[in-house]
Ligand binder design. Structure first.
Ligand SMILES: Cc1ncc(COP(=O)(O)O)c(C=O)c1O
Length: 414
């Protein structure tokens, strides 16, 4: 046969609506224009020194070959003890906890394991951008439960409005995906919202995927309520955590899923042919670190450290025309600029990056394929997991943007 240089034509895309994520897009724009980047969600705090030493030691000790497919046993032990001690939830170390390449890989594996062609999956909108493509690849159909964007409605009211999920349940629903503390709004579960969810799901064949990667990062004295802690929900629920978030080490990509044995069995069938196992010395170093007193202290300080950063940011912009409700948990703050500018969030966040040197994340990509239907989103997300100098610089830039709008108001109010 004569060699040919004609490249093969691609079959139709399996994810036609998916492009580069907004996080990469905004970070690239920030780099191009030398803007301050509070867009992408990573801390600029370093992982604790003793943790870094523990990982280096694991490498030097020769922990350099594959870890078990299920994850390092000592790490699974810590996870199991943590759920028992903090949430009263029992997970068997061998059969109910699996370590993945970040929470992402096991979230993806769980969706592939449970969702069949035509199954409906309810996600809470706005939503982290991984869920919808994973459901599409599995052949599932997304139903979006749009939540009110003001997260702090008061403990009793329930920040995650579960009735919106209830409205979407049908006999085709296979899975409900929830996320708390929520990215991007910071909303947390209340006991009431979990109780309501358990009543809605009771007697159905619907599974619950609870993405809790911001776990103990909760503010203003509220407890971190894991869906794992709910006795009725437990048997249908997969809970996910991320050491990247807990240990300021997002680049290490070590996360987990804890789920009842019959669910875990199916998740592992996908996981073992997806990543199989991940970063053995990192897992061992994390495990050795987690059983120390320093780790206990680090984890107990996580919420307060981020809360102080949130408060610093919000105090700095309290006299501007930005509207905000303090995030209940996590390390993101939504700000609403609708008093200042009527244009869409994509347009405005690009302009702020290029003209005002501040890169944020527009909120609409967290909605339906970024299309936002009829709604024009006028909110952006700011990551406050940054050192205090970066937060102060963010405040200065936001105040300058506020002043710019005010001095140009007659021009912009058209
Ligand atoms: C809500 C949510 N879930 C999952 C992840 C992914 O976690 P990991 O980095 O452990 O894969 C992120 C990361 O930003 C997130 O915000």
């Amino acid at each position: 046969m004569t060699p040919t240089s004609i490249r093969p034509s691609l079959p139709p895309s399996k994810l036609p609506h998916v492009g580069t994520t907004i996080f990469s897009t905004m970070s690239a724009l920030a780099n191009e224009h030398g803007a301050l980047n509070v867009a992408q969600g990573f801390p600029d705090l370093d992982p604790p020194l003793t943790l870094r030493d523990a990982v280096k030691k694991a490498i030097d000790d020769g922990v350099n070959q594959y870890s078990p497919m299920t994850g390092d046993p000592k790490l699974r032990l810590w996870i199991s003890e943590m759920y028992k001690g903090e949430h009263g939830a029992i997970y068997d170390i061998d059969n109910e906890i699996t370590i993945g390449a970040g929470a992402s890989s096991v979230i993806f594996a769980s969706i592939q394991a449970l969702v069949h062609k035509g199954d409906e999956v309810i996600i809470v909108d706005p939503a982290y951008d991984l869920y919808a493509p994973a459901v599409h690849l599995a052949g599932g159909v997304i139903k979006r439960a749009t939540l009110p964007l003001s997260p702090n409605k008061g403990e009793e009211e329930g920040a995650i409005d579960v009735s919106k999920i209830d409205e979407l349940i049908s006999d085709k629903t296979r899975l409900v995906i929830i996320n708390a503390p929520h990215n991007p709004t910071g909303a947390c579960f209340t006991r009431k919202s979990l109780d309501e969810l358990s009543i809605i799901l009771s007697g159905t064949n619907i599974f619950l995927l609870s993405d809790e990667v911001y776990g103990p990062i909760v503010h203003d004295g509220r407890p971190f309520l894991s869906a794992a802690s709910h006795r009725e929900l437990h048997s249908r629920t997969m809970v996910f955590g991320s050491f990247g978030k807990l240990l300021h080490a997002t680049g290490w990509k070590i996360g987990w899923v804890a789920a009842p044995r019959f669910i875990t069995k199916e998740i592992r069938k996908v996981h073992q042919y997806d990543v199989f196992s991940t970063g053995a010395p990192i897992q061992r170093g994390i495990a050795n670190y987690l059983f120390t007193d320093q780790a206990k202290q680090h984890l107990s300080e996580l919420g307060p450290i981020y809360e102080a950063k949130r408060d610093r940011l919000l105090a700095g912009i309290k006299d501007t025309d930005f509207i905000f409700t303090p995030a209940e948990g996590g390390y993101f703050q939504i700000i609403d600029y609708s008093i200042l500018d009527k244009r869409s969030d994509i347009e405005v966040s690009r302009e702020w990056t290029i003209k005002h040197g501040l890169a944020t994340i527009p909120l609409s990509p967290f909605r339906d394929s970024g299309k936002s239907s009829a709604l024009i989103e006028r909110r952006v997300r700011i990551c406050f997991a940054k050192d205090d100098n970066t937060i102060d610089e963010t405040i200065l830039k936001l105040c300058a943007i506020d002043a710019y709008y005010k001095s140009n108001r007659p021009l912009l109010d058209v």
